[in-house]
Design a protein around this ligand. Structure first.
Ligand code: SDX
Length: 393
C-alpha cells in the first residue's frame, strides 16, 4: 500500500476534494500519478499506459495493456454525421471553439454511454472520449486549413495516428517518424493530469450536477482555452517571439516585471509550483531532441528561451516570487518545430488532459459520498435595505 499522502492545504473549503490520482508538492517540484514520478513515466512509459494507470490506479499487465490499447484504437473514428458539425464553423474559427462544440454534441450520438450511474456506460464513455479526442482535434485543424479529413488507422500508435491525421494529405501520405512520434507521445504524457487545476475542477463541478460526461468534458475544454491556463503554451511562444533576439531579453524582462506594462513572461510561474515544474525539465530535454532531429537545433527561439530562463532565474524578481518555467515554456517550441500552428497548441493540451478529466470524473461519480459541488462565498455587497421607488431615487 503506497504511503497515503496527507497534507493540510491550510484551508477548508467545499471547493477542495479527495483524490487518489495525482499528487503535487509545489515546494519540492514533485508530481506523482498514482505514486509514480512524472519523469519516470515520461522516460519509461507511454501515453496509453499512463491513461490506464490514471483510469484504473495500477500499471497494467501486458495482457491488460494490449486489451486497453485495442479498445482505444477501435474507438478512434467518429460518427460520420459528425463531419457536418465542422462545416458549420467559419474557416477561421479557433480549433478550441470547434472542439468545445463538437465534444459537447457527442452525447447526441453516443446515447449508450451517457448514463453516469451505469458502470458500463462510464467505461465506454471514458474510452470513447480518450480515443476520439485526437481525431476531433485533427479534424478541427484540417478544417481550418481547408484540407480533407484524414481517417485514423489501426496500425499506428496513439501519437503517430494523431500526427498522420494532422499532416497527411491525399496527394502524399505522411510517414510517421518514430522520434517525432515519441516526442508527441511524451507531450501527451506530460499534460495528462495535474490535480485540481482550473479545467479539471470545472469538469468535477459540472459532473457533480449529474450532467453527461461529454457535456462535462466540453466544459473542461472551454476552461482550458483561457490564456492563463491551457492557452499559456500558445501565449508563451508568442512571448518568446515578441522578445525575438537575446539582446532584447533584459528590456523585456524589465517589462515583465513592470505592473503597468501588459507584457507577461508567459510559461513562467505557477499557482502551485514554487519550484521547477518537473514537466518543464522533461519538456526542455525533448525540445533539444526534436530540434536536433529536425536539423533546427540552432532554432533561434529555443536559444532565446534558454537565455530567458538563465537570466530570469538570476533575477531577484523571479527568484523571490518563485517563478520558474512551467510545462508551457518549452512545449510550444517543440510543437511549432513539428509543424503545428500556435492555434493547435491548446487543442493538443486538451487531447492529453482528456484522460485526467475523465479519470477524475469517474473517481468522483464512483465516490458514494459525492455531493453536488456548491462552493460558498464571502459576501462583500451591501447589507439588507428596502426598495426605493424610482421617483425617490
Ligand atoms: C497551467 O494549475 C495547473 O495545474 C495548471 C497547469 C496544468 O497542467 O493544468 O499546470 C497548466 O495553467 C500552467 C500555468 C500556465 N500559465 C502561464 O504560464 C501564465 C503566466 N503565469 C501567470 O499568469 C501566473 O504565474 C499564474 C497565473 C500561472 C500563477 O499565478 P500565482 O501563483 O497566483 O501568482 P500570481 O499571479 O499571484 O503572481 C505572483 C507574483 C505577482 O507579482 P507581485 O504581485 O507579487 O508583485 O508573480 C508575478 C505577479 O505579478 N508573476 C509574474 C508572472 N507570473 C506571476 N510576473 C511576470 N511574468 C509572469 N509570468
Amino acid at each position: 500500500q503506497a504511503d497515503v499522502f496527507t497534507y493540510d492545504p491550510g484551508f477548508t473549503s467545499t471547493a477542495s476534494c479527495d483524490s487518489a490520482i495525482t499528487y503535487i508538492d509545489g515546494e519540492e517540484g514533485i508530481l506523482l500519478h498514482r505514486g509514480y514520478p512524472i519523469d519516470q513515466l515520461a522516460e519509461k512509459s507511454h501515453f496509453l499506459e499512463v491513461c490506464y494507470l490514471l483510469l484504473y490506479g495500477e500499471l497494467p499487465t501486458a495482457a491488460q495493456l494490449e486489451d486497453f490499447e485495442s479498445r482505444v484504437t477501435n474507438h478512434t473514428m467518429v460518427h460520420e454525421q459528425m463531419h457536418r458539425f465542422f462545416t458549420g464553423f467559419r474557416r477561421d474559427a479557433h480549433p478550441m471553439a470547434i472542439m468545445t462544440g463538437v465534444v459537447g454534441a457527442m452525447s447526441a450520438f453516443y446515447h449508450d454511454s451517457t448514463d453516469i450511474h451505469d458502470p458500463w456506460h462510464r467505461e465506454v464513455a471514458s474510452i470513447r472520449l480518450i480515443a476520439k479526442m485526437p481525431t476531433i482535434a485533427a479534424m478541427a485543424y484540417k478544417y481550418s486549413i481547408g484540407q480533407p479529413f484524414v481517417y485514423p488507422r489501426n496500425d499506428l500508435d496513439f501519437a503517430g495516428n494523431f500526427l498522420r491525421m494532422c499532416f497527411s494529405v491525399p496527394a502524399e501520405d505522411y510517414q510517421v517518424n518514430p522520434i517525432l512520434s515519441r516526442a508527441m507521445d511524451r507531450i501527451f504524457t506530460l499534460h495528462a493530469d495535474h490535480e485540481q487545476n482550473a479545467s479539471t475542477s470545472t469538469v468535477r463541478l459540472a459532473s457533480s450536477s449529474g450532467a453527461n460526461p461529454f457535456a462535462c468534458i466540453a466544459a473542461g475544454i472551454a476552461c482550458l482555452w483561457g490564456p492563463a491556463h491551457g492557452g499559456a503554451n500558445q501565449a508563451a511562444l508568442e512571448s518568446l517571439k515578441e522578445i525575438g533576439t537575446p539582446d532584447r531579453i533584459p528590456e523585456m524582462l524589465a517589462r515583465a516585471k513592470d505592473k503597468d506594462d501588459p507584457f507577461r513572461l508567459m510559461g513562467f510561474g505557477h499557482r502551485v509550483y514554487k519550484n521547477f515544474d518537473p514537466r518543464a525539465k522533461v519538456m526542455k530535454q525533448s525540445a533539444d531532441e526534436v530540434l536536433d532531429l529536425l536539423g533546427v537545433e540552432n532554432n533561434p527561439i529555443l536559444a532565446v528561451a534558454k537565455e530567458v530562463e538563465k537570466q530570469a532565474l538570476a533575477d531577484d524578481y523571479f527568484v523571490d516570487r518563485k517563478l520558474f518555467p512551467n510545462v508551457d515554456f518549452y512545449s510550444g517550441i517543440i510543437l511549432e518545430a513539428m509543424g503545428f500552428p500556435t492555434s493547435m497548441f491548446t487543442p493538443i493540451f486538451a487531447v492529453s488532459r482528456t484522460v485526467g478529466w475523465v479519470s477524475q470524473w469517474k473517481e468522483m461519480i464512483e465516490d458514494p459520498a459525492m455531493k453536488i459541488g456548491r462552493p460558498r462565498q464571502l459576501y462583500t455587497g451591501p447589507s439588507q435595505r428596502d426598495y426605493v421607488d424610482v421617483e425617490n431615487r
